[in-house]
Design a protein around this ligand. Structure first.
Ligand code: SF4
Length: 402
C-alpha cells in the first residue's frame, strides 16, 4: 500500500545505480569455464567430483588451452586424454559471445553487436592503426549515468556483464584476428580500453576479474600499461581500481565548471570536479611516462571557450596532474541536443592547452559511418529516444502509485 513516507522524495543526491538484473545461468545447466581464474577452474572440477590432484593438473591444462591457445572445444585439447573429453563436454562449456552483427567502417574500424545467452545485447569496437590495434570493451548492458552527449546513456541499465562476457570480447577479437596461440610480439590487438558501454567502476569486481585474466602473462598476456580504464568519476572506487587492477586511468571530464559538468555528466552532482581531480592525484603509479588521460568532448557553445581551456589548465596544474587531454569532436546521433564545436574553436582550445605544456591532441573520429565512434554505442535492439524513455519512466512512476 502507498504511504506518505514512501512518496516523499529522498533528499540529497541519489546514487544512480539501480540494482541491475542478475545474471541468468545457462539453460543446459553446464558451467562456462570462460572467465574463471585458475583457482575457480580447479574448484569447478573438484565440485564435479574430480579427485583433488587430478583437478589441479586438469585445471592448469584447461586454463592454458582456454587463454593461451583460444580453444573452445575440449576435443582439441590433445594433452587431455580422449576418454575425458565427453566427461568435460557434459559438464562444461567454453563460451564466446554470440555475434549478431559485424560491421566494418570505411576507415577499417570494426564493430560487433553481441548477444549473451539470456538475450542481452552489447557491443565492442576494434580500432586498427598503423602501429597498434585497440579494442574498446563494454562493461555493462546499457548505462545508468545518462551523460547527455552519449548515445549509450539513453539506454537503461539492463545488467552488469560477467567476467566471461568481458574477457569474451577480447577472446572473440583474437579469434577474428587469428591471433592464437597468444604471441608476445606482432599482434594486431595491442591495446584495450574499457570505454565501451557502461561505467566500469559500477561493475568493479567483474571488470577486475576479467582484466586480471587479460593481463596474466601465461594467457592473453596484455601488459597493464596497454590497458586503460575509463571512468566518469566514480570517486570512491578509484583508489581500489588503482590498488587492485593498476591499469592506466582515463577520466571523462568534459567540462571545467560545476554548472556545465552537472548538466553533461550528471554524476558530477554527486562527485564534483575538485573531488575527482584529487582522486586522480592520489591514483597510484602515475608519472610523466604514465599520464592520466582526460577525455573532453567538444560541444559547441557549451564547454569549448578559451576561458574553459584556461580553466582546464589551471585545474590540472593545481592538482599537479601528469595529464594528457584528448579532445573529442562530438559525434552526433539521432535526437542529440548538441552540436560539435567548429574546427577553428577546437584548434584554439587545443593550442591554449598545448601552450601550457600539456598534450591536447584532437582525436580523429573513427567508425562514424557505423555508429562505432565515441559516445555512439547503442545496441540496435534499443532504438528509443531519450524523450521516449523519459515519457515511459514517468508513466511507470505514475502507474506504480495506482
Ligand atoms: S559516457 Fe560512459 S558513463 Fe556516460 S552515459 Fe555514456 S557510457 Fe555511460
Amino acid at each position: 500500500m502507498q504511504t506518505a513516507a514512501n512518496l516523499m522524495p529522498i533528499p540529497g543526491h541519489i546514487d544512480p545505480v539501480p540494482v541491475p538484473r542478475s545474471f541468468v545461468p545457462r539453460s543446459d545447466g553446464r558451467i562456462d569455464l570462460l572467465g574463471l581464474s585458475l583457482a575457480d577452474l580447479r574448484m569447478a572440477l573438484e565440485t564435479s567430483q574430480l579427485e583433488e590432484k587430478q583437478a589441479k593438473l586438469r585445471a592448469k591444462q584447461l586454463w592454458h588451452w582456454i587463454y593461451n591457445r583460444g580453444a573452445t572445444e575440449f576435443s582439441a585439447m590433445t594433452d587431455i586424454s580422449k576418454t575425458m573429453h565427453p566427461w568435460l563436454e557434459q559438464r562444461f562449456v567454453i563460451s564466446r559471445p554470440n555475434v549478431i552483427e559485424a560491421q566494418v567502417s570505411t576507415d577499417g574500424t570494426r564493430k560487433w553487436l553481441l548477444r549473451s545467452d539470456d538475450a542481452q545485447d552489447y557491443e565492442m569496437v576494434f580500432i586498427p592503426d598503423a602501429d597498434r590495434g585497440t579494442l574498446c570493451v563494454s562493461s555493462q548492458v546499457g548505462c545508468t549515468l545518462n551523460c547527455t552527449f552519449c548515445h549509450t546513456g539513453t539506454m537503461r541499465l539492463v545488467r552488469n556483464l560477467t567476467p566471461a562476457e568481458i574477457v569474451g570480447q577480447v577472446m572473440l577479437a583474437r579469434d577474428s584476428l587469428g591471433e592464437w596461440p597468444s604471441q608476445p610480439e606482432g599482434r594486431m590487438l595491442t591495446n584495450i580500453v574499457m570505454m565501451g558501454m557502461g561505467e566500469p567502476l559500477y561493475n568493479f569486481e567483474n571488470v577486475r576479474d576479467a582484466l586480471k585474466l587479460v593481463m596474466d602473462g601465461a594467457g592473453l598476456a596484455l601488459s597493464r600499461r596497454r590497458i586503460t580504464l575509463s571512468t566518469s568519476g566514480v570517486v570512491p572506487m578509484m583508489a581500489r581500481a588503482g590498488a587492485e587492477i593498476g591499469v592506466n586511468l582515463a577520466v571523462s571530464l568534459h567540462a571545467v565548471t560545476k554548472e556545465v559538468r552537472d548538466e553533461i555528466v550528471p554524476l558530477n552532482r554527486k562527485y564534483g570536479i575538485e573531488e575527482l581531480l584529487q582522486a586522480c592525484a592520489d591514483y597510484p603509479g602515475t608519472n610523466n611516462a604514465r599520464r592520466i588521460t582526460f577525455e573532453y568532448v567538444m560541444l559547441k557553445d557549451k564547454n569549448d571557450s578559451d576561458d574553459d581551456a584556461r580553466e582546464l589548465v589551471r585545474l590540472l596544474r593545481k592538482y599537479e596532474l601528469p595529464a594528457k587531454v584528448n579532445l573529442i569532436p562530438f559525434n552526433p546521433w539521432p535526437g542529440a541536443t548538441y552540436e560539435c564545436s567548429t574546427p577553428e574553436r577546437i584548434k584554439s582550445f587545443s593550442s591554449i592547452v598545448f601552450g601550457a605544456g600539456i598534450s591536447a591532441p584532437v582525436r580523429t573520429p573513427r567508425g562514424r559511418d557505423i555508429d562505432a565512434a565515441c559516445g555512439q554505442l547503442k545496441t540496435a535492439s534499443e532504438k528509443k529516444s531519450r524523450a521516449q524513455i523519459d515519457r515511459e519512466a514517468a508513466a511507470e512512476a505514475d502507474t506504480a502509485f495506482v
